[in-house]
Ligand binder design. Structure first.
Ligand code: SAM
Length: 260
């Protein structure tokens, strides 16, 4: 019977792939590639002779939701045909990425074996390059558009990471960039919780061993005019001190006393 494995390739070409991901790629009957760079596709083709790119499903003016459905279908057709199918995704296949989760859920609903192999995500590279430990002050992650569409409770004593900042505010799900006007709205929202002159970081992990990560510091109020891409992530360092909770501390003290 067919089965599906979705694996992560990591962010940097050739440098982040794990042994399990590699062996799934090599041993599957067919490989589907959801990668952002044609070079990564060429690299995959060295590991397997039948690599189908999922990239052509993207199109300007086409809803990404439709694109994702078609990607899931393309993989499922092969699983139903009894093939061992591998979906190879850049980064981590299940981090801010719906297709692998959807495809695995669909395959399981139809009774096939399906699972995910994790990979090195943009998040992992960000922690390494920017020297951030998410456990130090805590770290909130949101998709930038979702962050704009819904009321969220921001804790400015923690890190805040906004994904897909380059298409923040795109309600149509069809665009590959949004402009300064929508970004100004995002900044207005952030200024409710952060000083306008707070220094934020536009982050782009290196995807080739010969390139450097982009770690550009800009003032929050200047963000609308910053250069942002599809592969940019925005990091807001903490802007406030951790607030002690005296009530909880007193209750803990009471427990400690009772334990003695
Ligand atoms: N699954 C991917 C991962 O594991 O990192 C994330 C896919 S998500 C659809 C795309 C978003 O990931 C981008 O908008 C950006 O926020 C982030 N991203 C992708 N490539 C990046 C890079 N080279 N550097 C920093 N962030 C990146």
């Amino acid at each position: 019977p067919g089965r599906l494995v979705c694996v992560g390739l990591g962010m940097m070409l050739g440098a982040h792939i794990g042994p399990r991901a590699r062996s799934h790629i090599e041993q599957s009957d067919v490989v589907f590639a959801a990668v952002s760079d044609p070079l990564v596709e060429l690299w995959l083709k060295q590991m397997h002779q039948e690599v189908h790119s999922l990239q052509p499903y993207y199109a300007v003016g086409k809803s990404r939701r439709q694109t994702y459905r078609e990607m899931v279908d393309a993989m499922l057709v092969e699983v139903r045909a009894g093939k061992q199918v591998c979906g190879a995704f850049y980064g981590h296949p299940g981090v801010f990425a719906q297709v692998a989760h959807d495809a695995i859920a669909q395959a399981r609903r139809e009774g096939f074996l399906a699972h995910m192999e994790p990979g090195v995500s943009a998040e992992d590279c960000l922690y390494a390059d920017l020297g951030i430990d998410p456990g130090r002050y805590g770290c909130q992650h949101y998709e930038a558009s979702q962050f704009m569409f819904y009321r969220r409770r921001i804790d400015p004593a923690a890190y805040l990471v906004l994904w897909q900042i380059g298409i923040a505010g795109d309600r149509s799900c069809t665009r590959f960039a949004t402009g300064p006007a929508l970004r100004r709205l995002l900044v207005e929202r952030l200024i409710e919780d952060y000083p306008a002159y707070h220094e934020v970081i536009v982050y782009e992990a290196a995807t080739l061993p010969i390139s450097e990560p982009r770690m550009e510091r800009v003032k929050l109020r200047d963000l609308p005019d910053a250069q942002l891409h599809m592969h940019s992530t925005l990091v807001l360092p903490p802007a406030a001190m951790l607030q002690p909770d005296p009530d909880m501390l007193a209750r803990i003290e009471a427990v400690e006393r009772a334990d003695m």
